[in-house]
Design a protein around this ligand. Structure first.
Ligand code: GLY
Length: 344
């Protein structure tokens, strides 16, 4: 299974061609209050817009019910097309609502953020949060296609760009060491034409993994690299009301998981030092000043088999990733090294 991913030179033309093929002349477009402002960029003569409130805190059953109610009121049928126009929150909830409505209607993702383009809109994971658990209810179901266009990147803040770039860095480590070093030399905040070729590679890498293990029984777990620690940092920062962008948490997670990989698989300390410098320059330094809080979140991670061991995806000295490393919960020594690298 390989997903249909289009890197559009001209978004309006690409979308028009796809809708013509689907014989759809009045698509439903799911937006939030931010992306609705850019709806003209889609160039649709006819459309029906459904707008929801933005933000992860609205990615819940209540919002899903609002979407289904609107689909009902608008007489959406099995032949209708839903276009998810926004960041990861929109493609997650829109993909989920479309996947189960009338046992499934087709949907198209048009990501407006870099994070959405290289991660959330690809791979067919759709869902909503439930009872404080992220993506607790959802489906594996691919969009009809994902159309990526760089026209939206000028609307993004430096932090949003760097956040998406964090996932691109992760993909490059898993697939192509040379690409990783190229990404470390590139300045994402300038988003010139080279960015498109980096995005192309990034989505190609993710698509390859997804095509080999759609339902995450084995290989797809590689994509969790940096995320065991990254999610713990993200949830801790949220709880202390100092939220950090997802991709920032992922790069800090990657660094700490590289340090674990050094101790277990001899991953190069020189590369760890180079990456630490890159992070400090671009993302800023992050100190884990409350290791107990991070460790308690690691223990609760849904990837663990029981609460005595933590599941990590790690990487060996030749950049070969290795899934299902179950480590003792005592990773204080590695956190110490992480903090030293961030302070130096
Ligand atoms: N974001 C990880 C995955 O799609 O599997």
């Amino acid at each position: 299974m390989t997903q249909n991913i289009i890197i559009a030179k001209n978004l309006k033309e690409s979308l028009k061609g796809i809708l013509n093929n689907l014989k759809c002349d009045n698509p439903f477009v799911l937006c939030d209050e931010n992306t609705v402002k850019y709806i003209d960029e889609l160039g649709l003569d006819n459309k029906t817009i459904i707008t929801i409130n933005s933000g992860e805190s609205n990615k819940n059953l209540e919002t899903a019910c609002k979407i289904w109610n609107q689909l009902d009121n608008l007489n959406v049928n099995r032949n209708s097309i839903l276009i998810n126009f926004g960041g990861g929150m929109i493609s997650d909830i829109g993909g989920f609502c479309a996947s189960v409505y009338k046992r499934g209607i087709r949907f198209i993702n048009i990501p407006t953020t870099l994070l959405g383009a290289v991660d959330a809109s690809i791979g067919g994971k759709n869902g909503i949060d439930f009872e404080n658990n992220k993506n607790e209810i959802g489906t594996f179901n691919l969009p009809y296609c994902t159309i990526i266009s760089k026209i939206f990147y000028k609307t993004l803040s430096k932090e949003e760009l760097l956040s998406g770039y964090g996932e691109m860095i992760k993909h490059s480590i898993l697939f192509d060491k040379e690409e990783f070093f190229k990404l470390l030399k590139y300045d994402i905040t300038k988003y010139d034409d080279r960015l498109i070729s980096f995005i192309k590679n990034s989505v190609k890498y993710k698509d390859k993994i997804v095509s080999e293990d759609f339902k995450e029984n084995s290989k797809r777990k590689l994509l969790n690299f940096g995320h065991t620690i990254g999610h713990a940092i993200e949830s801790y920062q949220l709880e202390i009301s100092k939220p950090l962008y997802h991709g920032y948490c992922v790069v800090y997670g990657i660094l700490l998981e590289m340090i674990i990989s050094n101790l277990l698989y001899d991953f190069s300390m020189e590369i760890i030092d180079e990456f630490s410098k890159y992070i400090k320059k671009n993302y800023g330094s992050y100190i884990i000043d409350n290791p107990k809080e991070i460790i308690s979140r690691l223990i609760k991670d849904k990837k663990n088999k029981d609460d005595s061991k933590i599941n990590f995806t790690l990487i060996d000295k030749d950049f070969n990733p290795i899934i299902d490393n179950y480590l003792d919960k005592d990773i204080l020594e590695m956190i110490e090294i992480f903090n030293q690298k961030m302070k130096k």
